[in-house]
Design a protein. Sequence first.
Length: 127
Amino acid sequence: MNQFLRPVLTQLNENRGEIRKLARDRNWTPTDGYLARYHVSVFEADHLAEAYIWYVSYRSNIRPRRQDGERRCVRATRKFKTEAEAKQFAEEIIKKGWSAIAGTLNPHAPKRTVPSTRILDWIAGRY
């Protein structure tokens, strides 16, 4: 283990209650591995930064055929920290002629979902 990281992890192990309070205050849900070990790895520490709240899931309307003749659809998803960023990306996707859906990620409350039929209204601020 890194000689600089060891003291930090030791202190975090000693202050479990403070970590849980920090997690509650920032609406952060620790990973199962975190709960089992009670320490923060380099990658899990990123969760303490601003959380991603919005997602946009999109797919091309062009459906390529597989070799067996069956059509397939590939969907991708991107996460965003603000609704404005998500709207901007969704607008770019719609301009390409692709379809998109959007919403908030768990555990963010209130939960919002934007179906593809209302995505243009959401981008314009009417939904």
